[in-house]
Design a protein around this ligand. Structure first.
Ligand code: ZN
Length: 53
């Protein structure tokens, strides 16, 4: 009997499994990027695992 591999939890793609995403902070009408802000990934809600549908 072949050992059945348990499927590893899929890593969330937008945050690469970290649960956090960095997004550019843009200001002004010219949309100048002043830096990056780290925020909770809204795709996995910070778990780092891709939500299973
Ligand atoms: Zn995520």
């Amino acid at each position: 009997m072949a050992a059945k591999k348990a499927p590893a939890a899929k890593k969330c793609r937008p945050c690469k499994g970290t649960g956090e995403v960095s997004r550019p902070v843009v200001v002004g009408r010219k949309r100048r990027t002043v830096g990056h802000q780290t925020g909770m990934c809204l795709n996995c809600f910070g778990t780092g695992q891709a939500p299973t549908a």
